[in-house]
Design a protein around this ligand. Sequence first.
Ligand code: C2E
Ligand code: MG
Ligand code: MG
Ligand code: MG
Length: 280
Amino acid sequence: HADIAMYHAKESGRDAIRFFTAEMNEQVHDRLLLEQALRTALERDEFHLAYQAQVDSASGRCIGVEALLRWQHPELGAVSPARFIPVAEALGLIEPIGEWVLRTACRQARTWQEAGRPLRVAVNVSARQFRNQDFPERVAAVLEETGLPPTLLELELTESMLMGQAERAELMLRRLKQLDITLSLDDFGTGYSSFSYLQRFPIDTLKVDQSFVRAMLTGSRAVSIVAAIVAMAHSLGMRVIAEGVELASQRRQLVELECDEMQGYLYGRPQPAEVLELPG
Ligand code: C2E
Ligand code: MG
Ligand code: MG
Ligand code: MG
């Protein structure tokens, strides 16, 4: 890619080369700015959580929420987690940030529970957090500190975290399950799905990735894949939640396929707790 850019730059003369270099510089500069800003974001209280409803297909009631991290920087504005989380991982900042997310989400769920609206809260876990041997103890400590019943906490993991070191991952998952929390696999079907780990790991829920939900509109192959995921999950005693449900037609298809829960803009966008409106 870089070679092609250089080639075009040379073709069109010196100015073009300078332009290319300037653009490169700008990218490096942007990255440095982002890194610097990220280092102080936590202490400057620039993060907040948005919560998105997870709805039970049968009853239409909201039974849980997913906590999604939001970063509002005074100059950079709102930065997407897809952009800053990989940077936070690389800088070794994801552990304190992840712990802040976990504590904030558990505290919020505890507040809802005390107000008579028990909602399960799902928290995304990064690879780096999951690699830390102390992670299960950290989770236990946050549950203890916030008073949230463990049955109201769900941790979202991804397939890639479980690959490679199956022994270690299995031990980690068992320790987490001992806390009596729920474990789900996020973006299911997009990573290196392996039937052997589904058989062996104590996963409660598969979250069908939104790419399949989207593809279902135009292709019967995606429908078959979702049907197969649901059948397999159910026969293994797991639940299935569909991500990225935007249209009533998708909901109808997913209900027909016996998908247990739905999440997506059709039911609500991720919103701060203060303004969150829950369906059902
Ligand atoms: P994810 O965990 O798969 O979260 C779902 C993403 O899909 C969220 O994007 C959500 O806003 C978006 N979404 C929800 N419903 C719909 C829909 O109907 N249509 C479409 N097109 N999108 C929908 P978001 O909030 O930008 O987060 C992106 C990713 O960043 C997350 O994907 C997750 O991998 C990561 N992330 C977010 N918060 C955290 C966090 O606290 N910790 C870690 N480690 N990762 C996080
Ligand atoms: Mg997630
Ligand atoms: Mg997902
Ligand atoms: Mg994702």
